[in-house]
Design a protein around this ligand. Structure first.
Ligand code: UDP
Length: 314
């Protein structure tokens, strides 16, 4: 079995490539390295079933030989990254999805879309079930990501319905772990970097906004299980262990043994107030649930960040 993973050199993509290789797949990693990094896949290069190519999937991609699955994970995914690359974000979610659906169709492959909890926007329903249609600004700073992913879902369902293609859609909630870029601007990398350098932890707003943070290995397990189903409707994956951002900052500070103070900065525009997946569908369909506690996941992530932040030679 041969899988194409777009965004394969990114945080989630690289973990997914690693897992598919371990499960016996041949893996083709496609990444333009805008937000992904070669370092993320350095250890996979020795694997005889691993190939990688630098390519922007917003441009068509033609591949030789058989492909059994196309997993479309390419996209800037942190609010800072998609603010830095707004047009590329829109393009990879829309044109990139169209191109990868075309590739999957040409090869008779299953298409697997990495969608996002951002399709729910700033939700007025809590927790968020897959049946909720969302509350998204079409013109705000997050729209380039949110609307591109909503269009990506619409593309995927249209190809499924029109061409009878095998498609899957996962709505990924906040996920963290090793290989997050230390400067991607998200809460976990920011707080960790700040804590480990004894700098102030920057909590936006009053820190009462919530997220539910899933450890990467749990998410990847859910993704692999979803790939193995015949289920085309979207499925939420994440954890339902919800914390405020002030609780998260405090926890990261304590676990990393830091003496940093916590400072409050303005809340970014359209920042969702609350987020927690309703995981009923995933639990039932995949017989899956997140297993790693926030503390256990943070401890592993702290070890990775410590290594990344320590000067070479130490
Ligand atoms: N956040 C924060 N301080 C930071 C970075 C983020 O308080 O240094 C907040 C942000 O305002 C949001 C939450 O943490 O409410 C999660 O933000 P993140 O960028 O991790 O992802 P999002 O879930 O918003 O896509």
């Amino acid at each position: 079995m041969r899988a194409v993973v777009t965004g394969g050199a990114g945080f989630l993509g690289s973990h997914l490539c690693e897992r598919l290789l371990a499960d016996g797949w041949q893996v083709v990693c496609v990444d333009n390295l805008v937000t992904g990094t070669a370092a993320n896949i350095a250890q996979l290069r020795q694997h005889k079933s691993f190939e990688s190519m630098q390519h922007n999937v917003s441009e068509p991609l033609y591949l030789e030989d058989t492909v059994d699955a196309v997993l479309h994970f390419a996209s800037p995914a942190s609010p800072t990254d998609y603010a830095d690359h707004p047009i590329a974000t829109l393009k990879v979610g829309t044109l990139g999805t169209h191109n990868m659906l075309g590739l999957a169709r040409a090869k008779g492959a299953t298409f697997f879309l990495a969608s996002t909890s951002e399709v729910y926007g700033d939700p007025t329903v809590h927790p968020q079930p897959e049946t909720y249609w969302g509350n998204v600004s079409p013109i705000g700073p997050r729209a380039v990501y949110d609307e591109a992913k909503r269009a990506a879902e619409a593309f995927t369902m249209a190809y499924h319905r029109t061409h009878g293609m095998k498609t899957r859609i996962v709505r990924i909630f906040n996920t963290f772990g090793p290989r997050m870029r230390i400067d991607d601007g998200r809460a976990v990398p920011n707080f960790l970097t700040q804590a480990l350098q004894n700098q102030p932890l920057t909590v936006y707003g009053d820190g009462s906004q919530t997220r539910s943070l899933c450890y990467v290995d749990d998410l990847i397990e859910g993704i692999v299980r979803l790939l193995g189903t015949e289920y085309a409707e979207p499925v939420n994956l994440g954890t339902d262990d919800e914390v405020t951002m002030l609780q998260l900052a405090t926890r990261i500070r304590d676990l990393s043994g830091s003496s940093s103070e916590i400072v409050f900065k303005p809340l970014p525009e359209d920042d969702p107030r609350q987020r927690r997946p309703d995981l009923t569908r995933a639990r039932k369909l995949l017989n899956w649930q997140p297993r790693t506690s926030l503390d256990a996941g943070l401890t592993k992530t702290i070890a990775y960040f410590r290594e990344r932040l320590s000067p070479p030679g130490y």
